[in-house]
Design a protein around this ligand. Structure first.
Ligand SMILES: Cc1cc2nc3c(=O)[nH]c(=O)nc-3n(C[C@H](O)[C@H](O)[C@H](O)COP(=O)(O)O)c2cc1C
Length: 322
């Protein structure tokens, strides 16, 4: 799927940007299982322009972590300009602008999904990004702010007019956050309205749901978000399902344990044990979804504060009770 003439992707199954999740170890893990294009966590333009340490850390990448998109959020031209200047010292393939984040702390500043309430500002900002960025610019939007103001089609047309190379659309409104179901019709409406590639997002949780997204919307690619939490195998499952091939069996407990250890070790190599162990607890819970008698194991993992303790909890997944 060509996102632009230059960046052609072998796969249209894309790892979604996820704040607090899609760091370098997470991206590398999902790439092993078939994700091709991936995105950094959302980076705030103002923080980046002040060289905030956390914002700079989010730009970390490594050999093999390509193609890679950087996702920026912001609404002040000055800071977007300064952020781009900083970013140009790094290697990315795409610059994605976030007009989709529903979090109050983001929208209260007029950023993220709040830009859907002010399409002239949205357009002004995208024009700046398209003009200043040395990479193709894409944009991520939602269906609209709320059910009474669904305007994804207008937003997509504005975005296309500025010269963006692709549009990512999460088919929920800002007010829905992550609840309810994705609205395929609004994604189809966007797809029918613009010529640039449209990538659908929302409820891509399995092979059949991935197919539903393609069939109902005609989209060019799909974003995989919550479906990949503790489940990087989803990429090969969806791929096999879409190709009509045999669906790979669910991973064995040994395979899950091996993947968890790989993931944990790469987090520690990247950020050290002190930071990685607490942030791995949520992944532990996702990886163990569906196992029998999982509560005591999760209690153990959530109390773990050293690598040894976390590894002991991971090892117990194989105990006969689970
Ligand atoms: C924990 C979490 C963090 C997210 N962070 C971002 C983000 O930083 N930028 C973004 O564009 N979307 C973000 N999203 C939205 C996803 O990219 C995706 O559009 C949304 O989850 C819908 O897909 P799903 O129903 O398959 O999860 C986030 C979603 C989750 C669950």
């Amino acid at each position: 799927m060509p996102i632009t003439g230059k960046l052609k992707l072998k796969s249209n199954l894309i790892l979604a940007p996820m704040a607090g999740i899609s760091d370098l170890p997470y991206r590398m893990l999902n790439r092993k299982f078939g994700a091709e294009l991936a995105f950094t966590e959302m980076v705030n333009a103002r923080s980046l322009s002040y060289s905030n340490v956390k914002a700079l850390e989010m730009l970390s990448s490594a050999k093999g972590d390509r193609p890679l998109g950087i996702q920026l959020v912001g609404n002040e031209p000055e800071y977007l300009n300064r952020a781009i200047e900083k970013l140009h010292k790094y290697k990315f393939d795409i610059l994605d602008f976030n007009a989709a984040c529903p979090e109050r702390k983001v929208t209260a500043k007029g950023e993220g999904a709040a830009l859907l309430k002010d399409l002239s500002k949205f357009k002004r900002l995208l024009k700046i990004l398209v003009r200043e960025s040395k990479w193709p610019v894409t944009v991520k939007i939602r269906a609209g702010w709320d059910k009474n103001t669904i305007n994804a089609k207008d937003a997509a047309l504005c975005a296309e007019d500025t010269g963006v190379s692709a549009i990512f659309i999460h088919g929920r409104t800002r007010n829905q956050l992550y609840s309810g179901h994705v609205d395929y019709r609004v994604i189809k409406e966007v797809k029918d309205a613009v010529k640039v590639p449209v990538i659908g997002s929302g409820d891509v949780l399995s092979g059949p749901l991935a197919k539903k997204m393609f069939d109902e919307t005609g989209c060019d690619g799909i974003l995989i978000a919550r479906g990949a939490l503790g489940n990087p195998w989803i990429f090969r499952e969806i791929d096999a399902y879409l190709k009509g091939g045999a669906i790979p069996e669910r991973p064995s407990k040994d395979a899950v344990i091996k993947t968890m250890k790989y993931h944990l070790n790469s987090c520690i190599a990247c950020s050290g044990a002190k930071r990685s162990i607490p942030s791995f607890r949520k992944f532990f819970c996702w990886y163990t979804k569906g196992l029998d008698n999982v509560r005591p194991l999760r209690v153990k993992a959530c109390a773990a504060s050293t690598k040894k303790e976390m590894l002991a909890a991971i090892k117990e997944i194989k105990s006969p009770q689970n």
